[in-house]
Design a protein around this ligand. Structure first.
Ligand SMILES: [Zn+2]
Length: 258
């Protein structure tokens, strides 16, 4: 379906106006986690969150693709928090900005990403822990027209515990049969990865294959320690370029693909 020129020009404008609020995702480095693209202690192969995730879950995915990094407080954080109806600060224009970002990111990188990940036939969002479906993110993904695959919502909260650093293969149950299907997972915010990776593990334990988790924004807390601040400042001081937004994925080492 062709998108009308007015929508395209609006999205181009919004995605250009947002550039100052976008922070490029780091390439592989001794202080960058090869999975979630946040900081890590150089003596460990992954950040502590990903180390825990890969120890506790049977089938998380090693490929997380953030569109941008962000920290708190920031305009990006407000867009991510208040694009969803319900909050007092809810602003419907924020969803339009996030839609434009996702659309532009995929317009510039979608084909390359599809090839690098080995393709996908379905797209699904990580369910919110407190909302009943449909998730506002599912609506955003559909409206953006960015990911050319049918959206499915097979995940429901299961009995497994889930929290900031609490993961479980049973945090989600999968409704339906997805044996052998390649499902791209999408989430809005990635902090520890507990939710998104528990969802990935549930789908993969159910016979699906999750080639990656696409996230709108990966949060970094620069005040956590010296390493987190260093990675944040290094990235924040670089201009964002949509055409370079997955250059880290093209250049990543063999080690990080395992
Ligand atoms: Zn990590």
């Amino acid at each position: 379906m062709a998108t009308c020129p007015k929508i395209v020009s609006d999205r181009m404008r919004l995605s250009e106006e947002a550039l100052n609020n976008l922070v490029p995702v780091p390439h592989d480095a001794s202080d960058v986690c090869p999975v979630c693209r946040s900081w890590r202690h150089s003596r460990y192969p992954k950040c502590s969150n990903c180390m825990q995730i890969f120890a506790e879950l049977t089938r998380p995915t090693p490929v997380v693709i953030p569109l941008t990094l962000y920290s708190k407080p920031s305009i990006m954080r407000d867009w991510l928090k208040y694009y969803k109806p319900g909050a007092k600060e809810y602003d419907p224009s924020f969803a339009a900005v996030l839609e434009a970002l996702l659309w532009r990111f995929m317009a510039e990188n979608g084909e390359t990403l599809f090839r690098l990940l080995g393709g996908w036939g379905r797209v699904s969002v990580v369910p919110s822990s407190s909302r009943i479906p449909p998730h506002p993110l599912a609506e955003l993904v559909t409206n953006s027209d960015a990911i050319r695959a049918p959206l499915i919502e097979p995940l429901e909260r299961g009995h497994g515990e889930l929290g900031h650093r609490i993961t479980s293969d049973h945090a989600y149950v999968v409704r339906g049969s997805f044996e052998g299907q390649r499902i791209l997972l999408v989430d809005d915010v990635f902090t520890t990865g507990a939710h998104a990776q528990s969802a990935a593990s549930a789908l993969q334990n159910h016979g699906a294959l999750v080639p990656g988790i696409l996230v709108l924004a990966r949060r970094i807390n620069p005040s956590f320690n010296e390493a987190s601040e260093r990675v944040w400042l290094r990235q924040r001081d670089q201009p964002y370029d949509y055409r370079q937004a997955i250059s880290w994925l093209l250049n990543r080492g063999e080690e990080s693909m395992k």
